[in-house]
Design a protein around this ligand. Structure first.
Ligand code: DLL
Length: 433
């Protein structure tokens, strides 16, 4: 089912022609309206006239989160304040938050793209959609909300948290689609189990999860526990919010909506553009945004791009499920470790609960690395300490063979790892404190 078949299945040649025209227009606008970009262009010795074809995008400067912070709050906006109808901001765990502004047209485009994305998971005007992403400055709640209304679904704007109530309403309102972070979905499943709710009694059939990395194993876990089909949705506030890319039922990557964004993959160390298929950092350029257009934004998200037409008929380039962010990557005793690698070992093993944390510390000059994971109730019920130690050693071996460094796995009691309503915090790195 398509939301806009003409656009979603456009020939790639036509997509590129559309992108080229929109890019030229965007570059002109930012040059004249955003002092930050004019200054950058002058420093690099380029003018908008140097950008004629799509390939010329390589001549343009990158934009980073730091650029947005340096221009806090509204310095990167390309329209006067009276044109802005909505502001969102990232939580900004370090330094100032990043602020983004939307014009009426931006909200219109965003709603359209979220509607398009939700349709990929089967949303229609007959669906009841429970929006359990946080509402507020975070783009998740309101972003999905506007798209769901555009689909004309019945929207339940419950926001994150209050898990028992989530389940109560899920039953009473017969919600069919749940949208929240994958870690919150697992928590909902846990509470559901504790409350003795059987998924057979629910109408829930799909979940649209994103805002944080989640492995294929985590997908299986959620699908089994909630008895649904789980889809991945990607986005970031600097570019728009949720709905920049979305998985179709083929589940072979997330379609990036190329009528609004240009995607590139670069080597995170050198900034060199890499060919399709190679793994690197995703860089996105907005080509229709009015409030805060962004050129070559360095997302820090690591993925690959695939331009081959999908079996679903859509032609928009697909990005692989994001394995993690380059700044998520831990360097432990010189070895690169992504939390998602740890997650896949734990969930593949199947004898532990999907709640875990990575704890890194430094003793003298040596990094210590521990993975804390909850034992399942059934493993605990076996009661035998030797059995638990054996499981720890088994996980340790599996992890060491994948990561190539030694690690200590610690089984902890059920319900001791903090649960989350939003993005999970899985890494405790005590080395920098
Ligand atoms: O997380 C927007 C969003 C809301 C996306 C709801 C999907 C659903 P930010 O808070 O600005 O925006 O965080 C953006 O989250 O650069 C990725 O590192 C990560 N991220 C978002 N979606 C995914 C995903 C929202 N599907 C940052 N898989 C991005 C992996 C994701 N990581």
């Amino acid at each position: 089912m398509y939301w806009n078949e003409k656009i979603e299945c456009m020939e790639r040649e036509d997509i590129r022609a559309m992108q080229q025209e929109r890019l030229r227009d965007m570059v002109n606008r930012v040059y004249h309206q955003v002092p930050h970009y004019k200054k950058k262009f002058i420093e690099m010795g380029i003018t908008p006239a140097d950008i004629q074809t799509l390939e010329d995008i390589k001549k343009l400067p990158f934009t980073t989160k730091q650029d947005l912070r340096d221009n806090y709050p509204f310095g990167m906006f390309a329209v006067p304040q009276e044109e802005i109808v909505r502001l969102h901001a990232s939580s900004g765990t370090t330094g100032k938050p990043t602020v983004v502004g939307y014009t009426e047209k931006d909200i219109e485009n965003w709603s359209e793209l979220v509607a398009r994305s939700l349709t990929l998971a089967g949303a229609t005007r007959h669906s009841v959609i429970q929006v359990a992403y946080g509402y507020g400055l975070f783009t998740g709640g309101l972003g999905i909300h506007y798209g769901a209304e555009r689909v004309k679904a019945s929207v339940v704007p419950i926001s994150g948290g209050n898990t028992k109530r989530q389940l109560q309403l899920m039953q009473d309102f017969e919600s069919e689609i749940l949208t929240c972070t994958p870690s919150y979905a697992l928590y909902i499943a846990e509470v559901m189990n504790k409350m003795g709710i059987d998924t057979k009694g629910l109408k829930l059939r799909a979940g649209i999860f994103g805002a944080e990395p989640w492995s294929e194993q985590m997908r299986k876990e959620i699908e089994n526990k909630l008895n649904i089909d789980a889809y991945d949705i990607y986005g970031l506030s600097e570019i728009m919010g949720p709905g920049v890319a979305m998985e179709c039922s083929a589940k072979t990557g997330l379609h990036i909506w190329e009528d609004h964004f240009i995607a590139e993959i670069i080597c995170p160390d050198t900034g060199e553009v890499l060919p399709y298929g190679e793994k690197g950092e995703l860089v996105l350029t907005t080509i229709t945004k009015e409030g805060i257009p962004v050129i070559r934004y360095r997302t820090r998200d690591i993925t690959t791009l695939n331009p081959v037409k999908c079996t679903c008929g859509r032609t928009h380039v697909r990005m692989d499920k994001v394995a993690g962010r380059s700044d998520d990557m831990l360097i432990i005793r010189g070895v690169n470790v992504f939390p998602s690698q740890v997650e896949s070992v734990l969930l593949e093993n199947g004898k532990v609960a999907p709640f875990y944390q990575l704890v890194i510390d430094r003793k003298g000059t040596l990094d210590t690395f521990e993975v804390w994971v909850e034992a399942t109730e059934s493993v605990i019920a076996l009661g035998d300490i030797r059995h638990l130690q054996q499981l720890e050693r088994e996980l340790q071996r599996e992890m060491e063979s994948l990561l190539g460094i030694s690690v200590k796995v610690k089984l902890v009691e059920p319900n001791t790892i903090p649960r989350t309503e939003g993005k999970a915090k899985r890494v405790i790195d005590k080395r920098n404190i």
